[in-house]
Design a protein around this ligand. Structure first.
Ligand code: KIV
Ligand code: ZN
Length: 504
């Protein structure tokens, strides 16, 4: 079987989803998770875009091993030099240069002729190849480009040193049969094609990103660019979980395979949605909450008799633990640590102590603890930013005939502070009290509450998006009491804002 290389761009194109920005610690955590998944390449960012992007790429290239780290660059020398500066300590680092080849982009965006585009692409690949032999070239908007021109550019950049040629469907315009035919054409009409790997990068504007990527694989592409949960610019990119599981499930038809550890899919999906705040739709293929749920009686009956009657994949293959009832309040440190490791997380001693303390506090009030309960605590602790504001206790009053009031006791930069406020509801009152005590004036853009598991004793999970002076952050908090969960989410957001301010 031929190997299909998986190039994950969750940290770059995925981060281009509106509101999905990730901080350095979160990107690093995900990069480590991609190593666990045995992904081949991760695109860690666009180093010239900002100081923050540069630092994130550098941090990952400097410290993450067992994976190729790529950085994006336009066809500008400064972009390429900056990308290399960020990547140079990585293991087999890849410079990914791109330039548009469609008439629409060349005329309206680049204002360049074909000759100029060809010349610039070659000069840029040659410049990147001075630093590394691992150079990828992307013909942006390739699917809407004149195919013979793409062939000409690809042949020229191979000669200049590119070893991966990416053919993006930048606008998600292509249809599967048409896209596959284009890849077949490239394979036939580029004389030096056997010196390079053909890659595809599909967007999902028509919901066809996975279908187009599969058609390309059938036509000879050997690298697929994708993101977890399909996040990305506009309607997103090809979802990694879909492409990997389609190739695995239909290996009989496709005769190719990835080396991704599929059992890590579920935990990675949850990690990405927790970090970005982009929740997965319940009916999403592979990772949606309903992807393995059987509602109709006929289906349930079939499944009980023989699982494969209605299941084409085994949920265990994506790491879904069917019996995911975890430990109880009497569980000890060792058992909890083993469970955490089995769930794919790495915690140090200090983090383990904090997780244990919080786990016991929740287990005290909740009858049953599930993986999701533990995961909510873990994400909070593992991705914890330095805490400037900490909730010590809160009491909120509300009711149909009560003026909603909240009294908050907290620690602000190490000092205890207390205050109370009125609001239109208990959460509004709590947020007002917190804003007064922290002296902050952020704007609440988004507020959502959901329950982590079923039952009235479930933990409430609150997600907020807040903005201060143009900086938008996500805050999350979980607690069996939803007003407390909301306060935690708000403070988590304020701590992130403070962390960003301090690190600037
Ligand atoms: O969609 C696209 O064309 C891209 C390129 C930079 C590869 O993201
Ligand atoms: Zn893209």
């Amino acid at each position: 079987m031929d190997k299909i290389f998986i190039f994950d761009t969750t940290l770059r194109d995925g981060e281009q989803s509106p509101g999905a920005s990730m901080n350095m610690q979160e990107k690093f955590r995900l990069a480590q998770q991609f190593v666990k998944m045995n992904v081949d390449v991760i695109e860690a960012g666009f180093p010239v875009a900002s100081r923050g992007d540069f630092e994130c790429v550098k941090n990952i290239a400097d410290n993450v091993r067992g994976i190729q780290v790529a950085g994006l660059a336009r066809c500008h020398e400064r972009d390429i030099d900056t990308a290399w500066e960020a990547l140079k300590n990585g293991e087999n680092p890849r410079i990914h240069v791109f330039l548009a080849t469609s008439e629409i982009h060349m005329i309206h965006k680049l204002k360049m002729s074909r000759e100029q585009v060809l010349e610039l692409a070659v000069a840029s690949v040659r410049h990147a190849a001075q630093y590394t032999s691992n150079v990828e070239f992307s013909a942006e908007d390739a699917s809407r480009s004149e195919l013979d021109f793409v062939c000409e550019v690809f042949e020229a950049v191979i000669r200049a040193g590119a070893v991966t040629l990416n053919f993006p469907d930048t606008t998600g315009y292509a249809m599967p049969e048409e896209f596959g035919a284009k890849i077949r054409y490239l394979m036939k009409h580029i004389p030096s094609i056997d010196r390079a790997t053909v890659s595809v990068h599909c967007h999902n504007d028509l919901g066809l990103a996975t279908a187009n990527s599969l058609a390309a694989v059938q036509a000879g592409a050997r690298q697929v660019e994708c993101t977890i949960n399909g996040i990305g610019e506009r309607a997103g990119n090809t979802a990694m979980e879909e492409i990997v599981m389609a190739l695995r499930t239909r290996a009989d038809l496709l005769d190719v395979a990835t080396e991704v550890v599929t059992e890590q899919i579920s935990v990675t999906s949850r990690m990405v949605s927790t970090i970005t705040g982009m929740q997965v739709q319940p009916n999403k293929a592979i990772v949606g909450a309903n992807a393995f749920a059987h509602e109709s009686g006929i289906h349930q009956d079939g499944i009980l008799k023989e699982r494969t009657t209605y299941e084409i994949m085994n949920p265990c293959d994506i790491g879904l633990n069917q019996n995911n009832l975890v430990l109880g309040k009497h569980s000890g440190r060792h058992a909890l640590h083993e469970k955490i490791k089995a769930m794919g997380y790495t915690v140090n001693d200090e983090q383990l102590s904090r997780v244990l303390e919080r786990f016991k506090a929740v287990a005290d009030v909740k009858k049953e603890m599930f993986d999701e309960d533990l995961e909510a605590i873990l994400m909070d602790e593992v991705l914890r930013v330095p805490v400037s504001y900490e909730l010590l206790s809160l009491g909120a009053m509300s009711g149909s005939k009560t003026l909603p009031t909240s009294a908050v006791l907290m620690r602000v930069n190490g000092k205890e502070a207390r205050g109370c406020a009125l609001g239109v509801g208990p959460i509004d009152a709590t947020f007002r009290a917190i804003a007064q005590l922290t002296g902050t004036s952020s704007k609440l853009l988004y507020f959502a509450v959901s329950s982590i598991t079923g039952g009235t004793d479930a933990q409430g999970e609150v997600m907020v998006r807040i903005e201060d002076n143009g900086t938008v952050v996500l805050g999350k908090g979980a607690d069996p009491d939803i007003v407390t969960a909301a306060a935690k989410a708000y403070l988590n957001g304020l701590n992130r804002l403070q962390y960003l301010k301090n690190s600037k």
